[in-house]
Design a protein around this ligand. Sequence first.
Ligand code: HEC
Length: 139
Amino acid sequence: MRLLFSQKITTAWAVLVLLALVFSQCGNTQGRMEGAALYRVHCANCHLDNGQGLGALIPPLAGSDYLAAHRERLPCIVRHGLKDTIVVNGTQYAEAMAGIETLSDIQITNILNYIHTSWGNDLPLYRLDEVQQLLKQCR
Ligand code: HEC
């Protein structure tokens, strides 16, 4: 009887752990799908579907060394744009990018995480609270 009980507890734990795993994956997949869809609508017309950018006018996101070097700045760039002279992978860019003020904090998080894990990019994901904190400090 005792044995049976502890076996049941073990099974219940196993099921719980499995469920937790499945749900956490679901969250990621959904966030990634939203990120991909938003990227296609708001970013791909310039940075292209494959993140390659456009010659000397639009910097690439695929393999961009700018992403890791300016992690704290990226949420503000998406929301408020960028009008600067920047260097990405050794090439200088000076065209302006408009921000998209209508994107919510979570949408910005999902777009950035999509970029950070696409086209061979393998950068650490953002958490929503991290993005919210960074967005409060936009200059
Ligand atoms: C109208 C064209 C255009 C659109 C649309 C656009 N960008 Fe940009 N993006 C640029 C340009 C031009 C720059 C360089 C800006 C500068 O030199 O100041 C840039 C720079 C960047 C950078 C930093 C440099 C790099 O390549 O790593 C990131 C990150 C970025 N854009 C992400 C996005 C995201 C995410 C979206 C969609 C939400 C987006 N951009 C939409 C044109 C665009």
